[in-house]
Ligand binder design. Sequence first.
Ligand SMILES: Nc1ncnc2c1ncn2[C@@H]1O[C@H](COP(=O)(O)OP(=O)(O)OP(=O)(O)O)[C@@H](O)[C@H]1O
Ligand SMILES: O=P(O)(O)OC[C@H]1O[C@H](OP(=O)(O)OP(=O)(O)O)[C@H](O)[C@@H]1O
Ligand SMILES: [Mg+2]
Length: 281
Amino acid sequence: MLRVAVPNKGALAGPASEMLGEAGYRQRHEQRDLTVLDPANEVEFFFLRPKDIPIYVGSGELDLGITGRDLALDSGAPVEEVLALGFGGSTFRYAAPAGPDWKPADLHGKRVATSYPRLVRDDLARQGVDAEVIRLDGAVEISIQLGVADAIADVVSSGRTLRQHNLVAFGDSICVSEAVLVQRAGSDSAKAKSQLTARLQGVVFAQQYMMLDYDCPRTLLEKAVAITPGLESPTVAPLADPDWVAVRAMVPRKKVNLIMDELAEVGAKAVLASDIRSCRL
Ligand SMILES: Nc1ncnc2c1ncn2[C@@H]1O[C@H](COP(=O)(O)OP(=O)(O)OP(=O)(O)O)[C@@H](O)[C@H]1O
Ligand SMILES: O=P(O)(O)OC[C@H]1O[C@H](OP(=O)(O)OP(=O)(O)O)[C@H](O)[C@@H]1O
Ligand SMILES: [Mg+2]
C-alpha cells in the first residue's frame, strides 16, 4: 500500500485534493477525516499540515507528499521534488516599510520576522548578511508595526497583504514556489509510486494544453499545420466536402487565443477549443 501525504488545510489543500480526484484517486468527503483508504488503487492518503509533510516524507514513514517548495526547503528535511504541480504559486520575498529604497545588504544588524526561519537564515548567509531572524507563526506583516522587527520575509501571492500594510518587497525572490510532489531524497521509484506520479503528470500536462478542432480548405492545410503542429503531428480527417478537411491538435493553453486568431486569418473555420482532463504522453 502506497502512503501519500496531502495538505489538510490552507492554500494547497483544495487544489491538491482536486488534482488527485482528477487523476482517479478517492478523496475525503469530510474535512475532519485525516486518512482515506483507496483500496482499488492501493493507496492510503494522510491529510496533514503542509508544513509537516516534508518531515513525514523525509523520515520515510510516508512514500510521497504534496507540499509547497518553500515549505520543503524551510523544513530542512531530506526530501526531493518528483513533480511540480502547477498550482499554489507564490514568491518568497523580503519586505520593509515603503519609503527608503531597501536592498538585502541593508538588513545587516536588523531584525527580520518570518515563519520560514531556515529559508531566511540560509539566504542571509548566502548573501553574507548578519541579521537577527525573529520566528513568528503567521500574520508576519504586522510585526514591524508592533515593534518586534525592522523587516519581514514572507510569502507573496497577489501582493495585497503587503500593500495593505504599506510594505514594499525588495531584493530578488528568495524562492519561487509552487505545490510539488516530494519523496524521501534518494529513495527508489517503486512501481506504485511511478504510477501515481504518471497520473498526476497527466493532469498537470492536460491543464497546460487545450484541444483545438477546426475545418480548413485543403489548399491551406500546410499553412494551418504550421500554426498547430500538435505533439507528434495533427490529426487530419476528410470532410464530406472534398475541398475541406478537419484538423485536430493540442496547443499550449497560454497561446490558445493567439493561435485561434492566426488560424482565422489563414482561412480556417469553426475553430473550437476544449479542455483536456488528463493526458498520457
Ligand atoms: N496566497 C497564499 N497565501 C499563503 N500561502 C500561499 C498562497 N499562495 C500559495 N501559497 C503556498 O501555500 C503554502 C502555505 O500553505 P498554508 O497557508 O496552508 O501554510 P501556513 O501559512 O503555514 O498555514 P496557516 O496559514 O493555515 O497557518 C506555501 O507553499 C505557499 O507558498
Ligand atoms: O500576497 P497575498 O495574496 O496577499 O498573500 C500573501 C499572504 O497570504 C499568506 O497569509 P495566510 O493567509 O496564510 O495567513 P498567515 O500569515 O497567518 O499564514 C501569506 O503569509 C501572506 O500574508
Ligand atoms: Mg498561511
